[in-house]
Design a protein around this ligand. Structure first.
Ligand code: 5GP
Length: 125
């Protein structure tokens, strides 16, 4: 699987374009989605160069995997949707590959919430 070093999230990680940063650790970065689909919409990405979950699950180290999952939980607390921050819950979404609707070829989780969300899956575009 070939990683495109010029994808938009790689540029954000290199500091070449700005982002509205929420959280950063050794293994993960979180920032607001530029086109929010709900009142709260944050992206959580690994710092390593992984195309998607196929790539990450096969090739990431245990530390990177743990770091990304811990980051998801921390970000949910920071943005106030976690039950640990008196939030009412959220949805995390990982689009993977063409049928999954993945647009940016660097692994990312969406955390969306801040309001009741609709049905989980739609096949309509
Ligand atoms: P995907 O469809 O790949 O799962 O989601 C990519 C997400 O990245 C989209 O929700 C889109 O709004 C977001 N996005 C694309 N370009 C940028 C950008 O330059 N900055 C930020 N913060 N988000 C972006």
């Amino acid at each position: 699987m070939t990683y495109d070093q010029n994808n938009i999230f790689a540029k954000i990680l290199r500091g070449e374009i700005p982002c509205d940063k929420i959280y950063e650790s050794d293994h993960a970065l979180a920032f607001k989605d530029i086109h929010p689909q709900a009142k709260v919409h944050v992206l959580v990405i690994p710092k390593g160069a992984y195309v998607n979950m196929d790539d990450f699950s096969q090739n990431a180290s245990s530390e990177e995997i743990t770091g990304l999952i811990r980051a998801l939980g921390e970000v949910a607390k920071i943005i106030g949707v976690s039950q640990y921050s008196s939030g009412k819950g959220y949805r995390y979404i990982g689009n993977n590959g063409p049928d999954g609707g993945q647009e940016v070829p660097h692994l990312h989780f969406h955390i969306v919430g801040g309001e009741p969300l609709g049905r989980m899956v739609s096949t309509k575009s």
